[in-house]
Design a protein around this ligand. Structure first.
Ligand SMILES: Cc1cc2nc3c(=O)[nH]c(=O)nc-3n(C[C@H](O)[C@H](O)[C@H](O)COP(=O)(O)OP(=O)(O)OC[C@H]3O[C@@H](n4cnc5c(N)ncnc54)[C@H](O)[C@@H]3O)c2cc1C
Length: 372
């Protein structure tokens, strides 16, 4: 059934839809910023994301009656380009300042002071997805034909004559081909390499570029979300940052209600990279039990009764452990295909922003120089 439908769509789309100047793969912060920069130069962009919504690892979800940020927890803005965007998002009430630092000391209890370093930490007003949602809404409002399409997975990136040819699989399993003058790939690097391989581009690529991409690796991360029937015992500002190299299994624990995004108390617990690697294939219930045990001191009472709902998420590509020195890598210049994201020039939300913005600006410049 699917095969027949696939073939029909291929027939209909044989030449490829080509009403977009650029295709951006991934609607995380890097992809949305790349699209924003390209769109700012009057080019139409198709942004694709395989997930149901935008944001990528800036992710917020409902668990029972709670709202939990289950990917990135906060962000900083120390670079001038990001500063301007955050200021604008704050003006539009999509972003608010959360605090100026977190406790790193797991031994302190409720009422203890947070360790502030003076640098503001920001969050989305209703959850971390608010910033990417705000960026996506601004893209749509640019009025240049730009479209953000979710539930649309790119399955290959190829070159046909002087055009980039991206094959997309929709949620209904149907395939579609889009052709454009340029492409930005923001998927985690191993997935980006798979897309290029599927399009037969690895053999055609600059060997040095592919070598560099192959050096990138990521730590996985387990996230437990625990809805509580009573307030947590976390110190101000409602989170402890143990750090990725913490000796125990937990890198971070936050109370989403204290953070200001959940109507009821709910903990987000991030495991460390080493713990997540070691237990990557373990049954989720076992991992969840270990994480609950580790955050027991901040749960008031017996976790068996205090936790009323729980959910666990496994991020396969959570944090890059190798960061490439340049903000993007050009896989091809004719036509331009650029890889970017948080593994380029700086991890975390702010680094992904800068990488996407740099790739989008470069692509717009190339196209202005006669790329189409
Ligand atoms: C558990 C966790 C905690 C974190 N905590 C923090 C924090 O507190 N502060 C901070 O600054 N950073 C934090 N980070 C890191 C931060 O979330 C990332 O650096 C940043 O969001 C990466 O953005 P990106 O756009 O590069 O990638 P992503 O957000 O991963 O976006 C890539 C997008 O590409 C899409 N995609 C992939 N393949 C395809 C395909 N074939 N077709 C279509 N779409 C595709 C994905 O669905 C995804 O939406 C954390 C990350 C995790 C996982």
């Amino acid at each position: 059934m699917t095969a027949i439908r696939l073939r029909e769509r291929w027939y209909v789309r044989e030449k490829g839809e080509d009403r977009f100047d650029v295709v951006v793969i991934g609607a995380g912060i890097a992809g949305l910023m790349a699209a924003s920069r390209v769109g700012g130069h009057g080019r139409s962009v198709l942004v694709l994301d395989k997930s149901r919504g935008v944001g990528g690892r800036m992710a917020t979800r409902r668990v029972g009656g709670a709202v939990c940020d289950h990917g990135a927890q906060f962000f900083t803005q120390r670079t001038p380009g990001f500063h301007g965007v955050v200021e604008e998002a704050m003006h539009d009430t999509a972003v608010v300042e959360w605090c100026r630092g977190f406790s790193r000391d797991g031994s302190i209890g409720a009422g203890a002071l947070a360790v502030g370093d003076g640098h503001p930490r920001y969050r989305g007003a209703r959850g971390m997805t608010d910033l990417p949602k705000w960026l996506a809404a601004k893209l749509a409002a640019q009025g240049n034909g730009t479209e953000v399409r979710t539930g649309a997975k790119a399955t290959s990136v190829a070159i046909a004559a002087d055009r980039v040819r991206v094959t997309i699989e929709g949620q209904d399993g149907a395939a579609e081909v889009v052709e454009a003058a340029g492409c930005v790939i923001t998927a985690p690097v191993p997935q980006a390499i798979d897309l290029l391989a599927a399009g037969g581009l690895l053999d055609r690529m600059d060997a040095h570029a592919i070598e560099r991409l192959r050096t990138v690796d990521y730590d996985p991360c387990f996230t437990a979300m625990l809805v509580l029937d009573r307030p947590s015992l976390l110190p101000e500002p409602g989170a402890i940052q143990f750090g990725a190299d913490a000796p125990g299994p937990v890198a971070w624990v936050a109370d989403n209600q204290r953070k200001g995004i959940s109507p009821v108390p709910a903990l987000t617990v991030h495991a460390t990279g080493p713990f997540s690697r070691e237990h990557f294939d373990a049954p989720p219930d076992e991992v969840s039990a270990m994480l609950v045990d580790a955050v027991r001191p901040w749960i008031d009472g017996d976790p068996r009764t205090a936790i009323v709902e729980r959910s666990i998420h496994r991020w396969k590509f959570a944090t890059p452990t190798t960061i490439l020195p340049d903000p993007f890598v050009a896989v091809s210049w004719a036509p331009p295909i650029l890889c970017c994201g948080d593994a380029f020039a700086g991890p975390r939300v702010e680094g992904a922003f800068s990488s996407g913005a740099a790739a989008g600006t470069m692509l717009a410049d190339r196209l202005a120089g006669g790329g189409r």
